[in-house]
Structures are given as C-alpha cells and as structure tokens.
Design a protein around this ligand. Sequence first.
Ligand code: ZN
Length: 385
Amino acid sequence: MEKRSDALQRLRRTHEEVVLAALRADGPMSRARLTEDTGLSRTTLFAIIAELMERGVVIETGAEDGRPRQRGRPATRVSLNPDAGLLIGIDLGRRRIRVAIANVARQIVATAVDDSAADVDEREQAELAIGLIHKMCQDEGIGLRALEAIGVGLVGVMDAPDRRWRAVERLAAAFDVRVEADNNARLAALGEQTWGAAHTTEDVVYVRWSVGVGGGFISGGRLLRGAHGASGELGHVSVDPAGPRCHCGGRGCLEERIGIPALLEAIAARGVRLTGTDDLLEAAQARTPAVTKVVVEAARTLGHVLAGTVAQLDPERVVVGGDLATLGGLVLDPIRSAIGGLALPGTRRTLDVVPADLGPAASAMGAIALVLKEHDPLPPRTAGS
Ligand SMILES: [Zn+2]
C-alpha cells in the first residue's frame, strides 16, 4: 500500500510540475486553456489546481477577457502566486555584495548592491547581506514569510568547507531556510543559462573577464563543478610556463596576463596612465591606440585559451561576461577569430560567441538558479507556515 501511494504522489507531483511549467511559461490562463496546454484530463487538472490554491502556490486572477461571461460561471484565470516561493541569490564578491530576489514565477523582482564590502571578513559580509535583504524587502514590500531558499556565490575554489562557510552558516541561521553555495563565476554561467545570453542552450562555455578571470562550463544542461570544485577556472590556465608566479601557485596564468591590473600595467608601459576599470573602459571605447592594442592582444590570448576549451567541450555557445565584455566587438572579434582559427573546423560552423546579458547581477541571479535547479520552488505542504 505504501508503495502504491508513493507512486501516486510522484505522479501527482509530475502533473503539478507540468501545470506550474505552463503557468511560468505563458502566464495567467483559464483552466480550459491549461487543460489544452498540459494534455491533462479536466478532472486531474481541476484537482491539481484546487490543491495548489489551497497551498497558496497559485491564485485566481479574474476573467480571461476582463469581463464575466454572459452565462454560467465567469472563466477566471489562474496564475502563480507572486507572494509565494521567494528565492534569494547573494553574490559575496571581493569588493561588493549583490542580492537578487525572485518570486515563484522565476521572475527577478528586486536586485541591489552594497559597495561597502571591500576587505571585510565572512562574518561581516553575511551581516551586510542580511541588512541589504531586509532593506530591499522593506523598500519593495516583499514579505520574507514566503522565503524558500537562498543561494550564495563565493569567491574561489569550492573544495572543502573553510572560513567562507561561516557566511553561509550565518545566513542559514538568520533566515532559517535551505542555503546552498557555489563559486560565483560558475553561478554567473548558470544565471546566463537560466535568464540570459545562453537561455535554452544546454552546452555553454562562460568566461568572466574583469579584474580576475573566471568561468563556468555547462554540459548537457548541467553545471560542471569538477572533482575538487575547481571546474571553470579559466584564469589559471598557464599561457606562459616561464611567466611570473600567480597567487594560485602556478606560473604565467591567463589572469596574470589579461586581468585588468595586468592590462593597466601593459598600457602604462606604452606611456598611457589609467587609474582603474572605468578609466580603462572609457579609453578603450575612445579607441586610444595604446589601449586598444593591449586590449585586442589580450582578447586574442583569451581566444587561444577558449579555443582549447571549445575543442574539449564542444559547446553550442561561448558567453563572454565581465567588465571587458562591455567593449563588444573590440574584444569579441579577436576572440571569435582566435577560436575560429584554432578549434575543430566542424565545431566552428555552429559556434556562437556572444556577450553576456545579465550584467553585474549575473552571479546573484545564478545563485537563485542554483537553488531553483535542485527543488521546485513550492511552499511547504504543511499548513500554517
Ligand atoms: Zn593562477
């Protein structure tokens, strides 16, 4: 008997997911249209909707054409309840903290940033994130009662739990929900795949080119973490075995060659003094010759490294994010031609190299995608919570 009811519950759960997926994809609709779209029987669909309404996952939102019908009951539409199944994504970066909040319909309803987080420890980072979340909820009128889970993006390799986990534990204690964490560049890849430039693409190479160089690979729809939580570390591919020591312990790492500090140094050596990222981007946009030469050369070097990744992983799309990607063709064209010249000819034919879509909130959004992928964002079945 036990087994049979388990099987029935599983089946019901699958039907539920079909209904929720239809509502997520197409927004509010009538029960009649839902029956058509999902292929479920009328009886099954009505029972599922009734249960989802009881649990507060879906709500009724009024007539299909805005008017009640002449005869019989008005054809009310059902939609996902925007006040249920809240998910929060937090990106604990080296210099700033970003937070994104999504509702049960997987829509991002708020994003915010705290720039005061430079050089603070994990505990303080967690406190700043908690403060930022409460402020966002207050400003946007979001109730935390519906909070389901929190995803957290952290800097560095995700091998064994270390000091960084103090922030994760503090967040779990503060909000009393499931908290999951992953490397923030990998989460940016997941964010781009869920909402951005790699949407609906199952095989993606993502690179983030800023002060540091990081990345994330998605293969067959799954984010690759690797055996030691270090998958996607494109910045630490050596491009010069005799090059300078990197903080990772290696020599001649890509990050040491093309990260923003290295670019500023190379540009200074050509007699142009720039003070930081904004300055660099402005000078590159203005096509200052010394600047474009260094940036294009760096893009070519990145393209060479990516060509190896493309030959190995056979992605459908390469997404370039980070500050440098905002320069568009200036960096994308040399990357495209380096990949085109070096990767397998068969791959070259169908490979897109595109700029990232989500901007600096990509990792926080990816942190939401991280908790989305594991469980459907449904409110708990127990009453009163
Ligand atoms: Zn390195």
